[in-house]
Write a protein that binds this ligand. Structure first.
Ligand SMILES: Cc1cc2nc3c(=O)[nH]c(=O)nc-3n(C[C@H](O)[C@H](O)[C@H](O)COP(=O)(O)OP(=O)(O)OC[C@H]3O[C@@H](n4cnc5c(N)ncnc54)[C@H](O)[C@@H]3O)c2cc1C
Ligand code: FES
Length: 352
């Protein structure tokens, strides 16, 4: 991860004269007009596998809406990796993300981030946000899915007397449960938050195969604006329940952190030509074009890596690709494709 070394940088001025950008960067690590950055100001351990990272954003950062997420870039062994993280603080508060260790980037963020580290940032975005007009809300979250909802709760509960939120949160154990103390304190202090906890390590999972359990804990759930965020199975169970109940998935606002991709077609790939990089790679028809490009050392734009954020859009110059979410083969010259969810379906030329 990038650390500040102002003395070493200052010493190098005599050898390599600095531009205005670099000179300001010596005094303020987040000063950059080219790349939005944030400097880590605090790291709070939340559970054994997760941490909240507070940062001071630099030039170009705009306050997020509660529930939105931002792309965070982290340098690991000299390679910048981008991932998406929901902002867990309320708008106007010190911005923070709460990361759970799942793989390479999250593990680095959770275990190796130190105060003073510089994170690369992209502006906050996303549609998982509070309704324009105040309404009774039902939030259903599991695991790290609580993070965008925590921003909403911090926004609403202490400040809006009329807030009416039922939060059903699942975690494996109390020890794994993010923000457990803060949520309990808020629900004890403010009648506008009713907290229903479900610890799947010690009791049954919240049952969404029928409406019975939801009817029992939140009888007016059908009339509330509902927000769901959690692992894929949890989110799709909620979607199915809302659809079956006749309430319709339209009453449900969903945030997915992960998309399951299909296996693709072994042997159905072909030669992938990265025209601007002057590189050719044989693709297997199963790997994503993003992985193939990265493995070939090409600087591939990316963000969520699961078809959500559109940061990886790349012009297709020739050939067709398979969408690994649906299996559909598509592609016209000039079409922008999402390399993170596309595999080669024959030979492909990309404008990268
Ligand atoms: C809109 C959005 C908001 C997000 N907000 C948060 C957040 O607030 N906190 C947070 O911790 N993460 C969040 N994520 C997930 C995050 O972007 C990364 O995907 C996650 O940290 C794993 O990245 P990695 O590099 O560590 O693991 P990778 O190396 O990318 O993945 C390791 C393995 O885990 C699988 N995987 C990746 N993510 C998940 C997942 N969420 N559930 C199950 N399997 C997964 C991958 O398919 C792979 O097999 C969010 C994702 C999106 C799209
Ligand atoms: S990286 Fe987000 S859609 Fe491809």
């Amino acid at each position: 991860m990038k650390r500040l070394r102002p003395l070493a940088q200052a010493a190098s001025i005599a050898i390599h004269p600095l531009g205005v950008e670099e000179l300001f960067g010596l005094f303020d690590p987040v000063f950059s007009r080219r790349q939005l950055r944030g400097v880590v100001t605090e790291v709070v351990r939340e559970t054994p596998q997760s941490a909240t990272i507070y940062f001071r954003p630099g030039y170009g950062w705009r306050t997020h809406k509660a529930g939105q997420w931002a792309r965070i870039g982290v340098e690991i062994n000299g390679v910048r990796h981008w991932r998406s993280y929901s902002i867990s603080s309320a708008p106007g508060q010190h911005p923070s993300v709460t990361v759970t260790d799942i793989g390479e980037v999250s593990s680095t963020l959770v275990h190796n981030t130190r105060v003073g580290d510089v994170l690369f940032l992209a502006p906050a975005q996303g549609e998982f946000t509070l309704p324009e007009e105040a309404r009774p809300l039902l939030m259903m979250t599991a695991g790290s899915g609580i993070t965008p909802v925590m921003s909403m709760i911090r926004t609403l509960i202490p400040h809006q007397k009329t807030a009416d939120v039922v939060l059903i949160h699942s975690a494996r154990t109390e020890e794994d449960s993010l923000f457990v103390d803060e949520l309990r304190a808020l629900s004890a202090k403010f009648p506008g938050l009713r907290l229903v906890e479900n610890f799947t390590g010690v009791s049954e999972r919240f049952d969404m195969s029928t409406p019975a359990q939801l009817d029992a804990v939140c009888p007016d759930w059908r009339t509330r604006a509902a927000y769901v965020c959690g692992p894929e199975g949890f989110v799709s169970d909620a979607e199915a329940l809302w659809t079956r109940s006749g309430t319709g998935a339209a009453g449900l606002t969903i945030e997915r952190f992960h998309t399951e991709l299909n296996a693709g077609e072994p042997g159905a790939g072909g030669l992938v030509t990265f025209e601007l990089s002057d590189k050719e790679v044989e693709a297997d028809g199963e790997s994503t074009l993003l992985e193939i490009g990265e493995d070939a050392g090409i600087l591939m734009p990316s963000g969520c890596r699961m078809g959500i954020c559109h940061s990886c859009l790349t012009p297709l110059r020739a050939g067709q690709v398979r969408d690994l979410r649906t299996g559909e083969v598509h592609g016209e010259p000039g079409e922008l494709i999402q390399t993170c969810v596309s595999a080669a379906a024959g030979s492909v030329n990309l404008g990268l």
